[in-house]
Design a protein around this ligand. Structure first.
Ligand SMILES: [Zn+2]
Ligand SMILES: [Zn+2]
Ligand SMILES: [Zn+2]
Length: 87
């Protein structure tokens, strides 16, 4: 039990873009990348000024993102606010 009830919303996704989708369109920069595990959207983390991963959650209600940083293997549920390991 990890406290997250949204694991059924995880799909076999591949990143849609090589960087934050919105930042690439705007020509902006990001700090770290997060991958939406429901649709493959790539967004920037909350340390980035645009916070597109969080905005994507608010817009779509897709609950779980995974870190796209090399060597990082964790995911985060925005709804339950819990970290998930090896999703
Ligand atoms: Zn959850
Ligand atoms: Zn962004
Ligand atoms: Zn999504």
């Amino acid at each position: 039990m990890n406290g997250c009830s949204h694991l059924d919303q995880i799909q076999k996704v591949k990143p849609n873009t090589k960087g934050c989708e919105e930042c690439l369109k705007m020509g902006d920069r990001w700090v770290h990348l997060r991958l939406c595990l429901s649709c493959g959207h790539v967004g920037c983390c909350d340390s980035s000024k645009n916070k597109h991963a969080t905005k994507h959650f608010h817009a779509t209600k897709h609950p779980i993102v995974k870190s796209l940083e090399p060597g990082e293997d964790w995911a985060w549920c925005y709804v339950d606010e819990v970290e998930l390991e090896s999703v």
